[in-house]
Ligand binder design. Sequence first.
Ligand SMILES: NC(=O)c1ccc[n+]([C@@H]2O[C@H](COP(=O)([O-])OP(=O)(O)OC[C@H]3O[C@@H](n4cnc5c(N)ncnc54)[C@H](OP(=O)(O)O)[C@@H]3O)[C@@H](O)[C@H]2O)c1
Length: 260
Amino acid sequence: MAGVGGTGYLGKRLVKASLAQGHPTYVLQRLDDAVHIEKIELLLSFKEQGAHLVSGSFDDHQSLVDAVKLVDVVISAISGVHLRSHHILIQLKLVDAIKEAGNIKRFLPSEFGTDPARMDNAMEPGRVTFDDKMAVRKAIQEAGIPFTYVSANCFAGYFVGAIYVDEDDIAMYTIKTIDDPRTLNKTLYLRPPQNILSQREVVEIWEKLIGKQLQKSSIFKEEFLTNMKRDGAEEASQLYPEIKYTTVHEHMKDPNHALS
Ligand SMILES: NC(=O)c1ccc[n+]([C@@H]2O[C@H](COP(=O)([O-])OP(=O)(O)OC[C@H]3O[C@@H](n4cnc5c(N)ncnc54)[C@H](OP(=O)(O)O)[C@@H]3O)[C@@H](O)[C@H]2O)c1
């Protein structure tokens, strides 16, 4: 598998999960970026762990095609803010390269959030990211590229309240999908059952951990889980029960591990 955006917050976890699950792992090393010591150290540590570094740039179509030809699965973890460069959706360039290379068995574009197909009523500033992700989906499907979209809900390190998913668990579930026929051309929802919590339930875990009651005003609990069943979708913890996902309780006991 090849990772694009492998030095990012989620990307480095995907590289780790891919190596942990025994896949030959290639990481795109940017040719077009200023040199950052931490990034070079990270890339070298990937190499020490057995990953291959491949040079390439979104500004050099042929370099992307050549990189894609080395692998059979491509995973992109480019960040939302970087999806556009000079008003061009850069992931579309990756879609073009995958289409031209013609050898890719599965493409996982940079999704890893709320399912953009369900965000018709979203407001700015989030709106543009959902629209961009939908434009990438359209290009993938029009090109006939086999895909899996990973809908990760809320990164545990970022949010309080809703569906929490530990970032390392997101990476492990994502890598599980890449050669699984059950996730071909589907969206994989990450909804670990123990981690679907209202704000009140999160506060209760917190109170147990610190051993005292917090002062609070009440919050209405929304039935946001109704109407979640969709065609063309699977739920990750049901599909991969062998992954012991991090519960909110465990995460709150050691929140710093998400930042590592
Ligand atoms: N559900 C949630 O709660 C949640 C939270 C955060 C993010 N997300 C989603 O997760 C995904 C990954 O986000 P992230 O926070 O992990 O991103 P991030 O840490 O900002 O990393 C982005 C990666 O993309 C690379 N990149 C950016 N521009 C590039 C370019 N022109 N060419 C090649 N590489 C480029 C960066 O490389 P350099 O390091 O070399 O710049 C970096 O490796 C996004 O789709 C985002 O929307 C979801």
